[in-house]
Design a protein around this ligand. Structure first.
Ligand SMILES: Cc1cc2nc3c(=O)[nH]c(=O)nc-3n(C[C@H](O)[C@H](O)[C@H](O)COP(=O)(O)OP(=O)(O)OC[C@H]3O[C@@H](n4cnc5c(N)ncnc54)[C@H](O)[C@@H]3O)c2cc1C
Ligand code: SF4
Ligand code: SF4
Length: 444
């Protein structure tokens, strides 16, 4: 039987910390590649692997996101093969929180409403802790801006289930898709937690970055040595939404800042990404009550102030958004499903269409392969396979290279040949797609 040790040793751990909640003594710790993983002792109980989102042999009732959505959103109004069960799709922003948030400030707004309307009395969210970021308890709706902004650094839910019995009242949690799946699995095996955690806010996620990503960006912004309170999404209100900056304080409390475009594409290339993300086909956080992402879509992407795309999946989430529209706290409107999907187009192609190919490749070197939704499996054209091969190589190389020598210049030289090859193959892939389109052939 596969165990948590197999998950970790096969590089399939995203650090959610749920297995630790099924262990007497294990805790989360940083590994040598800048990710959080559980300490591998012998204290995990039988449920530990069952709550792991990358379990290769899950029970049939909770086999995958489809089965779990059938349990948690059974009465949903709509169902789509790529975004799962849902009520509505929207686009827009929260007037009060847009400026100080990562996208349109909808996450901050939703958490504020959950507290103010007494739907929950506690939230468990990522916020600053001793100059870096971690999941923490929070309950003060008047100070809600403290929880805003996306943090691209590994975090863990470890504390949530260790401390939950000491928390009075109900809890809402934010999380990326695999974390939300882990919570749903935990609720399945411990049904008393369904009432205790009645609302999950899903953060649409393009990949988990190692802490090396922050180290690299800090160096690139001009910091030598230690840094703190790093900001990943500093908006430029006079530019486009994607033209944001990274910034951080050095030891002498001086703030350094640089435009992310100066370091090139950090997301599509897979740099510093966790291996498990190559097996993730849940693009839109299908198991959360509400899913929130960036509106990478015209005309919204032209607005540097930031705009959110929203999927409501539970009736209560949809009510919160509709109330906000009615009382004018939200400048939000319905977004056609196809337009919504277009806002995450690159992610659907990489995560859903190319998963089968990556699994086939990885079977050669990896003993454990997580259970995936075969209905999403499809063949991809040769030109996209070549891009996939390079993304996988570059992802792995970025981690080993930084581990060996954490110096931005050395690192850039080390990965330059692979990066160049990926750029060329990506151009070829895009041209091939355009030509196929013109010839009326099947495109990806
Ligand atoms: C690792 C990661 C990758 C992402 N990739 C994409 C992507 O590819 N495409 C896309 O459209 N959007 C992506 N996002 C989401 C996007 O960056 C915004 O977080 C989202 O649009 C919500 O914006 P907002 O203005 O509503 O949030 P805000 O109002 O600014 O609130 C931010 C919320 O995010 C939570 N949060 C912050 N960091 C984390 C974290 N590491 N894990 C869990 N919760 C966190 C906070 O608790 C808070 O509730 C990603 C987010 C993360 C964390
Ligand atoms: S992904 Fe989560 S449950 Fe699975 S091994 Fe890692 S910390 Fe444990
Ligand atoms: S891409 Fe998927 S597996 Fe990776 S962190 Fe995001 S939700 Fe989790």
């Amino acid at each position: 039987m596969t165990t948590i040790k197999d998950i970790v040793r096969n590089d399939l751990c995203v650090g959610c910390g749920l297995c630790v909640s099924e262990s007497q003594t294990s805790t989360m710790e940083w590994n040598e590649y800048g990710f959080l993983t559980p300490k591998l002792d012998d204290s995990f109980n039988d449920t530990a692997i069952k709550v792991c989102p990358f379990n290769p042999n899950p029970d049939n009732a909770v086999r995958d996101e489809d089965k779990l959505a059938d349990i948690y959103f059974k009465g949903s109004t709509h169902k789509d093969e790529h975004i799962g069960r849902f009520e509505n799709t929207y686009v827009g922003y929260a007037d009060e929180y847009r400026e100080t948030s990562s996208s349109g400030g909808i996450a901050t707004y939703v958490f504020e409403q959950l507290l103010k309307q007494d739907i929950v009395q506690n939230i468990f969210v990522v916020k600053e802790l001793n100059g870096t970021y971690a999941y923490q308890w929070f309950k003060d709706a008047e100070q809600i801006k403290e929880i805003s902004k996306t943090r691209y650094i590994p975090v863990t839910l470890e504390k949530l289930f260790k401390e939950i019995d000491t928390i009075e009242g109900k809890i809402a949690v934010s999380g990326v898709a695999c974390f939300i799946k882990a919570i749903r699995l935990k609720q399945h095996y411990h049904p008393q937690l369904k009432g205790k955690i009645p609302f999950l806010v899903g953060i649409i996620c393009g990949g988990l970055k190692s802490s090396f990503f922050s180290d690299y960006l800090a160096q690139k912004s001009g910091i030598e040595g230690e840094y703190n309170k790093q900001q990943y999404r500093i908006k430029d209100f006079n530019s486009t939404a994607s033209d944001y900056s990274f910034g951080a304080f050095d030891k002498s409390k001086k703030f350094h800042q640089m435009k992310m475009r100066t370091v090139g594409d950090m997301w599509g290339t897979g740099l510093f990404k966790n291996n498990a993300c190559d097996f993730c086909d849940d693009v839109t956080t299908e198991l959360a009550d509400i899913s929130l992402g960036d509106a990478w879509l015209q005309p919204y992407n032209k607005d540097g102030a930031g705009t959110s795309v929203i999927v409501t999946r539970s009736k209560i989430a949809d009510k919160l958004i509709k109330e906000g529209i009615d009382n004018k706290s939200l400048s939000v409107e319905e977004l056609n499903l196809d337009r919504f999907k277009a806002s995450q187009e690159g992610s659907f192609k990489h995560r859903q269409k190319a998963t089968a190919y990556r699994i086939k490749k990885k079977r050669k070197t990896q003993q454990v392969i997580p259970q995936k939704r075969e209905r999403l499996f499809q063949s991809i054209p040769l030109e996209f396979k070549l891009v996939q091969n390079l993304r996988m190589q570059l992802r792995a190389k970025s981690l080993t290279s930084w581990k060996e020598n954490p110096n931005a210049l050395v690192f850039e030289n080390d990965i330059a040949p692979l990066k160049k090859e990926l750029r060329i193959k990506t151009i070829i892939y895009h041209y091939a797609q355009v030509i196929k389109g013109k010839l009326g052939m099947r495109k990806l």
